[in-house]
Design a protein around this ligand. Structure first.
Ligand SMILES: NC(=O)c1ccc[n+]([C@@H]2O[C@H](COP(=O)([O-])OP(=O)(O)OC[C@H]3O[C@@H](n4cnc5c(N)ncnc54)[C@H](O)[C@@H]3O)[C@@H](O)[C@H]2O)c1
Length: 315
């Protein structure tokens, strides 16, 4: 049996922190090397090895992969949807070159498995709004969505041509309390909890009826690990899997929070992120993931709201 040595790139980010901690529980603290461009997140300190690493520096990345005897790479470094629209060149450059650097090194060093997340941002205004299927019209209008869609095809290419076992999920908006969100269009669904507890009011940057697909972080971590642990023969999608848990609007999440904080008030002041949100599907059909490797979510809006408020109150 192979002794796994895992490198997480972008480990100090919203997903990276929780995924690194979850992987350390499974594979042992010392076998999961966290890395990021920025400093080590406080929650990771003392839990295992950390290296400072720029995914754009291919040589440095290659040296680390060899030096640390890496067998699996989780690539989470990226510029997200809202930040990407402010700096399209940087978003394209990082999201593409970072992935190509990792895929190339994975091929050369015969890395056992690679994980790279895509996003519901691949979908555009011409994709079906409800239960958006795995295979459909995909015409993204953000640089983030374009980079993710191109990335999906690179993953598929490296798998077909060089047999790199790279796997991917199209995450919806991810909601979490441990580490701060990184500049996405769904960040409102995290900010709203902090503001509800601290200020009892929140000004939302999306309209009240903007339905978007969302997922609670424990489900996202579970999905990621289950996908990576599934037998290769079960993985029929080598671009990226649709995955979903819940869909709600700002009005609905505000109502769920009001169950616990009755004086909470929400107001709406849509900005440039409304256009991005309007271009995405409202709900996702993830039946292929459910059939292929048994995906099943645990958290809906009410269960997630209760858990978020309980945990934020205790921090
Ligand atoms: N959070 C979401 O709701 C969401 C939804 C869909 C897809 N995703 C995808 O999941 C992945 C992780 O997202 P996240 O929310 O954790 O993002 P994040 O912005 O919170 O974290 C990304 C991390 O990458 C690091 N990074 C940036 N440039 C780097 C570089 N050159 N070298 C090394 N590290 C670098 C950043 O310092 C940051 O810590 C991304 O690919 C993102 O597109 C996230």
């Amino acid at each position: 049996m192979i002794r796994e040595r895992i490198l997480v790139i972008g480990a100090s980010g919203q997903i990276g922190v929780e995924l690194t901690l979850a992987l350390r529980k499974i594979y042992g603290n010392n076998n999961v090397v966290a890395s990021d461009l920025r400093e080590e997140n406080d929650l990771l300190k003392g839990t295992g090895p950390y290296v400072s690493l720029d995914v754009m520096n291919k040589e440095m990345l290659h040296v680390q992969v060899i030096r640390q005897n890496i067998t699996q790479i989780y690539l989470l470094a990226a510029i997200l949807s809202a930040t990407g629209e402010k700096n399209p060149n940087l978003a394209w450059h990082l999201n593409m070159q970072g992935l190509l650097n990792v895929l190339d090194i994975a091929r050369e060093e015969k890395i056992y498995k690679v994980y790279w997340p895509s996003s519901i941002a691949v979908f555009g205004p011409t994709s079906p709004k409800q239960n958006c299927p795995q295979q459909t019209i995909i015409e993204p209008i953000t640089v983030y969505g374009i980079s993710k869609y191109a990335g999906e095809f690179w993953c598929n290419y490296y798998h077909q041509r060089f047999h790199v076992d790279v796997r991917s999920l199209r995450y919806p908006g991810l909601i979490s309390y441990k580490s701060a969100p990184g500049g996405g269009t769904t960040d409102y669904a995290i900010e709203i909890f902090h503001e509800a507890l601290e200020e009892k009011k929140y000004q939302c940057f999306l309209n009240e009826d903007t339905y978007l697909p969302m997922m609670y972080m424990p489900d996202a971590i579970k999905a990621t690990i289950e996908l990576m642990e599934a037998p290769a023969a079960n993985i029929s999608i080598r671009t990226s899997y649709n995955i979903s848990a819940m869909s709600f609007s700002p009005k609905e999440i505000a109502a769920a929070i009001k169950n616990y904080i009755p004086e909470f008030n929400i107001s709406y002041e849509p900005d440039y992120r409304q256009t991005i949100a309007d271009s995405w599907p409202q709900s996702i059909d993830d039946s292929v993931a459910r059939n292929d490797w048994g995906w099943k979510h645990e958290y809906d809006l009410l269960k997630m709201t209760k858990d978020m408020l309980e945990n934020l109150r205790n921090t």
